[in-house]
Design a protein around this ligand. Structure first.
Ligand code: SIN
Length: 495
């Protein structure tokens, strides 16, 4: 390993990989992955990536308008314009990187719709395996790059900040504790799904980047906006939840209550394709009114062969749980899916700490407003990843005054599973789709006590830092939810 890097990228989802790939060959990049490089939220993305392949002003304007409408007009207009107007360049670059988006027999790229989109503008790959296809292509490329060093199974536990400037990262690989120095650092650590009992995210999504940024007092914003995906497979037997893409509704799927009735006409003129916050809140209401813990997604009226070809992953996973979606309704319920807020960044992905960047789900670039429009998140990763890389490419080389420090530690094997479960239970019950002051205050007291106990009981290990990060981010979400008294976007206050 080098003593000094031009850029340390923390996280190996689309935000991290794409940022690293766009850095010039003469700059040294260290890419840190907490698990295996292929494990990330991005690789689970099904629906696709929204955007325009051609420069088309009308199409751009419609995309902007849909995003504003979904985000309750709380979006940052400059960031949103950047997102949409730079979509074409970056989507074409992804194809240049070897991503094969699905095409029809004549070779035209197929486009789908999801909630809140007035047009078909979502590219997909492998039917419903868009994230996996993109990540596989990018990982292949990253492995070939001589200027990128990959450090897997390594958790970044803290940022090294001197006089409001980030100069490196503290990492933990098994029982090796290291300080690694860099010219710049990019947090691309993904989501916070592990804070909830039910989420579409993998268990690595413990909000590490947001917690690390909080420890060095970077600005963090809009954390009350936690997006719940309307349709995760509902499985009472082992509690496993998996995503049933919104694209299933985009291709004509219906939502039905447990009495078999379609209900979205009561809530929104776009019916099943209303923005995601509206659909999740409507399902919640319908479940309440029918005394049920789920509703149904129905595609039995669609061609069986079309379903199998268009949604091969979902079809197979439903079958594994005994549901043939071509013939039976799929039981679904809303679950945590995406953190809309995060570490505040400017148009170049720069946080309020010098030389510290953030990209993807852990950041708040302002593009999403109060509720993210479906499939805009993968687009955000590439547009702002390229902008971060451009800043790194323009940076002058400098030398570190620090030397890498490596220490062998006595690792603790304590697993913190009980506290982890308590956080998940507390967030699920009190900081879900529908929120009340009383519950939020209860959650705040519970989580604050956990943080105090954790700080008094430091055992250096990945398990310790994950649970500390989860509790830290939980408290940020709860405080933001308490402070926003009105209902807007995915923050719904019953009181
Ligand atoms: C989905 O396929 O429904 C998820 C896509 C997204 O979250 O943007």
């Amino acid at each position: 390993m080098e003593n000094y890097y031009d850029l340390i990228v923390i996280g190996s989802g689309l935000a991290g990989l794409y940022t690293a790939l766009n850095v010039n060959h003469d700059k040294k990049v260290l890419l840190i992955s907490k698990d295996n490089i292929n494990i990330s939220n991005s690789s689970l993305a099904q629906g696709g990536i929204a955007g325009e392949l051609q420069n088309d002003d009308d199409a751009y304007q419609k995309h902007i308008e849909d995003t504003l409408l979904a985000g309750a007009y709380l979006n940052n207009r400059h960031a949103l314009n950047t997102l949409v107007y730079e979509s074409s360049h970056n989507l074409n670059q992804l194809m240049g990187y070897g991503v094969n988006f699905d095409k029809d027999e004549e070779g035209n790229i197929l486009l789908t719709r999801e909630g809140g989109h007035s047009e078909r503008r979502i590219l997909h790959a492998g039917g419903d395996a868009t994230g996996k296809e993109i990540i596989n292509a990018l990982v292949k490329l990253v492995l070939l790059k001589k200027n990128i060093t990959i450090l897997e199974n390594t958790m970044a536990i803290d940022l090294i900040v001197e006089k409001n400037r980030c100069v490196g990262v503290v990492v933990l690989t098994d029982d090796i504790h290291r300080k690694i120095y860099s010219r710049a650092t990019a947090l691309c650590t993904g989501g916070i799904g592990e804070l909830y009992k039910n989420s579409t995210n993998p268990s690595v999504a413990t909000g590490d980047g947001i917690a690390m940024a909080n420890r060095v007092e970077a600005d963090i914003n809009n954390m009350e906006f936690i997006q719940f995906h309307p349709t995760a497979f509902f499985n009472r037997i082992n509690g496993n939840k998996f995503l049933i893409s919104e694209a299933v509704r985009g291709e004509g799927g219906y939502l039905r209550n447990i009495e078999g009735q379609r209900f979205m006409n009561k809530y929104h003129h776009l019916l099943e394709l209303a923005p995601r916050d509206v659909v999740s809140q409507s399902i919640y209401r319908e479940m309440y009114d029918t005394w049920s813990d789920h509703v149904y997604l129905d595609v039995t009226h669609l061609e069986a062969n079309f379903i199998k070809k268009r949604f091969p992953t979902i079809y197979q996973r439903c079958l594994d749980y005994g549901i043939d979606m071509t013939k039976e309704y799929i039981p679904v319920a809303p679950v945590e899916h995406f953190s809309v807020g995060g570490i505040t960044v400017d148009l170049n992905g720069l946080t309020t700490i010098e030389n510290l960047y953030a990209n993807g789900e852990c950041c708040d670039s302002g593009v999403h407003g109060a509720n993210r429009l479906a499939s805009n998140s993968l687009l955000e990763c590439v547009v702002f990843g390229r902008r971060i890389a451009r800043c790194i490419n323009e940076m002058k080389k400098s030398k570190s005054i620090h030397k890498q420090e490596t220490t062998k530690i006595k690792k603790s094997n304590f697993n913190y599973q009980d506290i982890r479960n308590q956080i998940k239970e507390t967030m699920e019950r009190n900081v879900g789709i529908v929120r009340k002051e009383k519950n939020l205050v209860f959650a705040k007291n519970t989580v604050s006590k956990m943080i105090e106990d954790l700080k008094n009981d430091q055992k250096i290990s990945k398990a310790y830092y994950e649970v500390l990060n989860m509790a830290t981010v939980a408290l940020i979400i709860i405080n933001s939810a308490i402070n926003r008294k009105e209902s807007v976007g995915c923050h719904y206050r019953l009181d």
